[in-house]
Design a protein around this ligand. Structure first.
Ligand SMILES: NC(=O)C1=CN([C@@H]2O[C@H](COP(=O)(O)OP(=O)(O)OC[C@H]3O[C@@H](n4cnc5c(N)ncnc54)[C@H](OP(=O)(O)O)[C@@H]3O)[C@@H](O)[C@H]2O)C=CC1
Ligand SMILES: O=CCCC(=O)O
Length: 340
């Protein structure tokens, strides 16, 4: 069943100062034609787009991303290792296949949103993995956060089948995923990038095309390395303020009004002050990204001592059982236990 016919998405304003590789969100309308969807966009006239969309990996990010595709009227087929996570999407109109290979075989383009390099590899290239269902004319878009070498391995396996590959990790967390406000950091096959652009524009607010496979992964790791270090510095500041008799809530407010204000501090600070860490971005994934970013830095002999120190704190927090808490729980690693 087709849903959301004539669904109109947000228009982005034109900004002449933006670099060439940046594309803001265009106006998109999906309309059902006799045999396929056509896309009417503000940036191109009418383009044929792949009609059957697969989605593998329905965790915190994958579920809302797939949901937005379904709500926009796309023909979506889902798979997840834990099948129960498919059920709400099936209720919304998604089809289901019992393996990544069967999803890929039945779809024109397949997206994957997996936890880490290992799961991205097994879902793409393992037994009954997506590569087994790929063939010329199809596309595979990996939106997971992985390292460049993993992405290149997946690219190799996919293009061996004659299909096309794009890496497209995202910046933005649970709420931007729900709101269709993600930022795509893409690299790989340019023709596939252009074909799937209408889908990226449903799930995101902007997209960057960065060239060869590995560049999207590198961009994502650099951004998350900075984010991970910022969070540990913020945590140190909150705890220090408390120790010297300041109200950490006021620190959050002061920061929000000055040059170092960041949505992350304003969003997560008030909960951190109350030792609450509702999960948007799991701490285990932030530590994975610090580890991968440090590997990237080492591969080019770039010194990253701040990130290395921050990574140690995420490792300590993991050892305290905080892997599945939000990454802001890293503050717990800095709390020295008081003796009674
Ligand atoms: N949460 C966030 O704010 C953001 C996360 N990211 C990145 O997106 C990716 C997904 O994140 P998120 O949705 O938060 O993570 P979740 O932990 O919520 O979801 C992970 C997904 O990977 C699947 N998975 C894990 N291991 C395997 C495996 N061995 N075989 C098959 N499937 C597996 C899980 O399946 P199952 O349900 O069966 O466990 C689940 O679908 C990560 O790479 C993360 O770094 C990027 C931007 C923001
Ligand atoms: O990888 C997670 C990114 C989280 C964010 O950008 O807010």
């Amino acid at each position: 069943m087709v849903r959301g016919v004539n669904h109109t998405l947000m228009a982005a304003s034109f900004c002449p100062s933006l670099p060439q590789h940046f594309k803001p969100k265009p106006i998109i309308k999906f309309r059902k034609s006799s045999s396929s969807f056509k896309v009417f966009s503000s940036q191109s006239s009418i383009d044929e787009v792949p009609t059957r969309v697969g989605f593998l990996g329905l965790g915190i990010m994958g579920s809302p991303m797939a949901q937005n595709l379904i709500k926009a009227g796309c023909d979506v087929t889902v798979w997840n290792r834990t099948k129960s996570k498919c059920d709400p999407l099936i209720d919304l109109g998604a089809k289901y296949k019992p393996s990544p290979a069967e999803v890929a075989a039945s779809c024109d383009v397949t997206f994957a949103m997996l936890a880490d390099p290992e799961s991205a590899m097994v879902v793409a290239c393992g037994e009954d993995g997506a590569a087994s269902g790929m063939s010329p004319g199809k596309g595979y878009v990996d939106v997971s956060t992985v390292d460049g070498p993993t992405s290149k391995l997946i690219n190799g396996q996919i293009i061996e089948t004659g299909a096309l590959f794009l890496e497209a990790p995202v910046s933005g967390s649970k709420k931007p995923a729900e709101d269709g406000q993600l930022i795509f950091l893409t690299a790989g096959d340019k023709s596939l990038y252009e074909k799937v652009a209408p889908y990226l524009d449903i799930m995101g607010k902007s997209r960057f095309y960065l060239g060869d496979v590995g560049n999207g992964a590198a961009m994502k790791l650099v951004v998350n390395m900075i984010m991970g270090s910022m969070m540990t510095s913020f945590a140190e500041g909150l705890l220090l303020s408390e120790k010297v008799g300041l109200d950490p809530s006021v620190v959050v407010e002061v920061i929000s009004q000055g040059a170092i204000s960041a949505p992350m501090f304003s969003l997560k600070g008030p909960a951190m002050v109350q030792s609450k860490y509702p999960t948007a971005f799991p701490l285990k994934h932030q530590q994975k990204d610090m580890r991968l970013a440090l590997g990237l830095a080492e591969s080019v002999s770039q010194s990253t001592p701040i990130a290395a120190a921050a990574n140690e704190l995420y490792k300590v927090a993991k050892s305290h059982g905080l892997s599945d808490s939000d990454f802001s729980a890293v503050i717990e690693a800095l709390k020295v236990k008081r003796k009674d």
